[in-house]
Ligand binder design. Sequence first.
Ligand code: GUN
Ligand code: FE
Length: 438
Amino acid sequence: AKRQVLKGAYLTFTGDPFKTDPADCYLYESDGLVVLKDGKVEMIGTRSLIEPELAELDYELTDYSGSDKLIMPGFVDCHVHYPQLPIIGAYGTQLLDWLNKYTFVAEQAYSDIDYAKAVAEVFFKELLRAGTTTAAAFCTVHPQSVDAFFSEAAKLDLRMVAGKVMMDRHAPEALTDTAQSGYDQSKALIEKWHGNGRALYALTPRFAPTSTPEQLEATGALRREHEGVYVQSHLSENTDEIAWVKDLFPGRKGYLDVYDHYGLIGEKTVYGHCIHLTEDEWGLIHESGTAIAACPTSNLFLGSGLFDLDKAKMQGKPVKVGMSTDVGGGTSLSMLQTLNEFYKVTQLNKFSLNAIRAYYLATRGAAESLYLGDKIGSLETGMEADLIVMDLRSTPLIDFRMNTVKDIEETLFVQMTMADDRAILATYANGRLVHARD
Ligand code: GUN
Ligand code: FE
């Protein structure tokens, strides 16, 4: 494919704004060029510096210049359930009732691979419309739900992390596997998909209450036997859930200790929610390099609680945090809308999330939480070319508000407060245009 050159303002993160001054952690270039070749960022910088390098080369130019557009890394969603897209916005219950009433009904349909492919197709279309280029996704208990997901992702050449849900108790019979069949099916899926193109596999025990000790043991074994695979699950989302885990695993110190006991914490391991952690659990997450997927729209929608970002990032023992939608418990695939809600959650905790930190958590910080910070989440030479172009005046009211914005930080904050998928003008994945608005 021909070299692509994108012209316009761009923004990318160069450091961790929770560790050093946010002003020193990003790079904003108002007159830039981004050169894409063979799915990678080949060159990026000020236009006057890159233009001479391009003189002899063959390329196709796309002009995104002007003060109303911004090129950025694609968003990274660290925790989402694609099979729950058909039940997004289901009224009236908290976690455990919501699972039984809506989720466990909807997920039964994925025994049909054609249905699974049809939903996966909608999911990717909506994800790219929202500007998200990588997600760590839960499928269902059916291996074919994983085949559907990764085969649709491959058509668009997307970097995706996903896995078959394992559940061998406390779920309808049509949604359960066994310790042995969960092991065998996961192993076959790892061999088929992990490292196949841009696909990466995640062992996915749904959460401690739906797996027997035997199944968690088998999950730990799979992890030891397949270097580099991910683990994803849920942790300390809801107080009734936590009490249930205590009843089911009386020999363990607490919820996280269940996962730790079976070898399910550490690098390339992502737990959704983590709303009600104990002091010991925060410490263990820090030491082990386990990542937290923060899911504000879901936590508000299901009434689960407020994630303590101040504790997670500012109090001496920082942990990896990546922004996540948790659709269908979450209410939007838009990372901008997710940041909007996250800001309000932090306000209620008396810690006001600023825009630089917010966008970091949705791009480079999320990529680092998935141990993919060397591949995605930033715009630099050699990184995979997953990026978006934002329209900074996507609605009449945002257009009006932008007239009084004074700098890039305020611009970003207004966007995350007011904008949504309408602000995503274009999405590129692996150097290819995969979504264009209108
Ligand atoms: N805990 C176990 N399963 C789920 C799920 O599907 N969604 C959410 N939000 N929490 C869970
Ligand atoms: Fe979830």
